[in-house]
Structures are given as structure tokens and as C-alpha cells.
Design a protein around this ligand. Structure first.
Ligand code: GUN
Length: 307
């Protein structure tokens, strides 16, 4: 890949880490791989999406995932359940999908409606580890800690992939992550650690956030606050990954970084939209295809064994 290398000596010209472009390249590569997969005559890869309730943002996200899935030649199995769904029905659906040989990945869109919110960890645990393409389960997070990122959480995996595609050094860098969730901050910290960075994970109880921000070589932020990262808070030449998703007063989608102001000070920066977001979907597709390859390999092995 001939992606532009960042010039860390010219902070006036930040490299915009183009998630839209890299995700497009990733999905085109997957589309090509799937079309030429030797197992395609047996069955296509399949992703099951489960959407409970009527949350508008979730509908949009799931719609984008399904469209990408179909575009690259995977089957999309969609289940739309009413807001008042009982937990037992959701459990039964996940169990059924765990058993379904046509399904390589199961994605239950989060957040669940209010009455089911407390069951989210249980549902994440219930998805079979070999179908956990979101990478949310304790099994996947544990594997990630062991250095196996096959079912790596999609948003952190996408953030790391962006750095790698632009050949931004990670080894030995001071990384400050402002997010400690199971789906972004914690797996992201492990992925950076797997690549020999030094990690600081900050959160609402961190005593002196600015102290950490000022010394960071790479900042990864996802706090859900507009203009949270401003030029005064960062070091010249820093690389910034913005996983924030907010709507400003004009209704426009923006991240956690004051993009225009910070642009002149950092070396590399992800835009919102078009940065981390599209990478999440691309990594979901990649995880699902990896899962398919593993399932088909196991199937061939079983068939050979039973012959
Ligand atoms: N809600 C917001 N992002 C995600 C995601 O990546 N996966 C799932 N399952 N739910 C989400």
C-alpha cells in the first residue's frame, strides 16, 4: 500500500488519517478474497445482526453493517425485535444463532433497550466465542490480552489499523487513552501493549489529565464531549485518534477533538466523520471473514476425520 508517510517535522500540515479510504480498501480486498475463496461453493460467510428496539442511531449503524456485508459477498441475516422483547426471547435467539452453521458472526447491537440494559454483559458472554465478531466477550478480551487479536474488538482494532496503514510508529511510544470501557479503552490498551507502546489509561477519576495529555505521543480519545481536546492540552506533533461521536448545535456529527484548532499543532489526526467510524465496520467485516475461514477449516478437518 502506498499510503503517505507522516512528516513529523511539519506540524503545520497534519496528515488526516482517512478512515473512509482505508476502510474502502479493506472492504474491496475482502470482497476480492471472498469472491475467490475456495469454500464459496459450499457456502458464503454469514453475519447475523440483532437489533432490539427502535433506537434511530442503532438502526443506521446496523443498516450500514448489513449493506457492507452484502456488498462484499457475505450473507446478512437480520433480526429486528420489538422494544418490549423479553430477555428469554433474546437468549433463545442468540442460542439458535450459536447453533446455526450458516452464521459465522453474531452481532447484537448495543445499547439494548432500557429494560434489557442490565443483561448486556450476559448477552455478550452468551455469544459463542467462535462467533464473537464484535470482540466484546470476556473470551475475546482475554485472547486479546494473550496477543491473539483474531476476534479483536472492532473500534480499537480499526484505530490500530489506521496507524499501521499510515506507518505511524507505535513501538516505544507514549500512548494516552481517554476511555476505559470494555469495548474501546481496555482492548485498545492491550493492542498498544501488544505492539510495545507504553500505555496510560485515563478516565473521569484521573487526577491530572493535562499532565498526561501534554506528554503523549499518541492520544486516543472517546469521551463523548465536543471540543474536549484543544491545542493548549497537547504536545506539538502528537498523533490523535478521535473515537468520539457527538452532534453539535447545528446537528452536525463531530468528535471529541476541536478539529480545526488542533490541526495546526498535531502531526496526524482522524476526522469525524470519516475516521475511526468506517474502520469499525471494516474490522467487523474482517473479523467475520476470519471467523468463516476458521469455521470452514474446522469443517474440512471434521470431514476428513470422519471419512
Ligand atoms: N453499538 C455501538 N457500536 C457498536 C458495535 O461496534 N457493536 C455493537 N454490537 N453495538 C454497538
Amino acid at each position: 500500500m502506498t499510503t503517505q508517510k507522516p512528516d513529523l517535522t511539519e506540524p503545520q500540515k497534519p496528515i488526516i488519517l482517512d478512515g473512509k479510504l482505508i476502510s474502502k480498501r479493506t472492504t474491496e480486498r475482502l470482497k476480492d478474497q471472498i469472491a475467490n475463496d475456495p469454500n464459496l461453493n459450499i457456502r458464503a460467510p454469514g453475519l447475523a445482526t440483532v437489533l432490539v428496539g427502535e433506537d434511530e442511531a442503532s438502526k443506521v449503524y446496523v443498516g450500514m453493517k448489513r449493506r457492507t456485508c452484502e456488498y462484499i459477498g457475505m450473507k446478512s441475516f437480520h433480526y429486528s425485535l420489538p422494544t418490549e422483547t423479553q430477555i428469554e426471547d433474546l437468549r433463545n435467539l442468540v442460542k439458535k444463532l450459536n447453533e446455526d452453521d450458516k452464521v459465522d458472526g453474531i452481532l447484537v447491537q448495543m445499547p439494548l433497550p432500557a429494560q434489557l440494559r442490565k443483561y448486556e454483559p450476559e448477552i455478550m458472554r452468551l455469544i459463542h466465542p467462535s462467533k464473537d465478531v464484535d470482540g466484546f466477550s470476556p473470551n475475546s478480551i482475554g485472547e486479546n490480552t494473550f496477543g491473539n487479536e483474531t476476534y479483536g474488538s472492532c473500534t480499537p482494532k480499526g484505530m490500530i489499523r489506521l496507524l499501521e496503514e499510515y506507518q505511524i510508529p507505535i513501538d516505544g511510544q507514549e500512548v494516552v487513552i481517554i476511555n476505559r470501557t470494555n469495548v474501546i479503552g481496555k482492548p485498545l490498551a492491550m493492542m498498544f501493549l501488544n505492539r510495545h507502546a507504553t500505555i496510560t489509561v485515563c478516565h473521569s477519576h484521573t487526577r491530572d489529565l493535562d499532565f498526561h495529555l501534554k506528554r503523549a505521543d499518541i492520544i486516543a480519545v472517546g469521551v463523548g464531549k465536543i471540543n474536549f481536546i484543544t491545542p493548549e492540552r497537547i504536545k506539538e506533533g502528537v498523533v490523535i485518534l478521535d473515537a468520539g461521536i457527538n452532534r453539535n448545535q447545528a446537528g452536525k456529527l463531530v468528535g471529541d477533538v476541536d478539529f480545526e484548532a488542533v490541526k495546526t499543532k498535531c502531526s496526524c489526526l482522524t476526522p469525524v466523520p470519516g475516521g475511526v467510524g468506517p474502520m469499525t465496520i471494516a474490522m467487523l467485516m474482517e473479523n467475520t471473514y476470519l471467523s468463516y475461514q476458521i469455521h470452514m477449516k474446522k469443517k474440512t478437518y471434521q470431514q476428513q476425520k470422519n471419512f
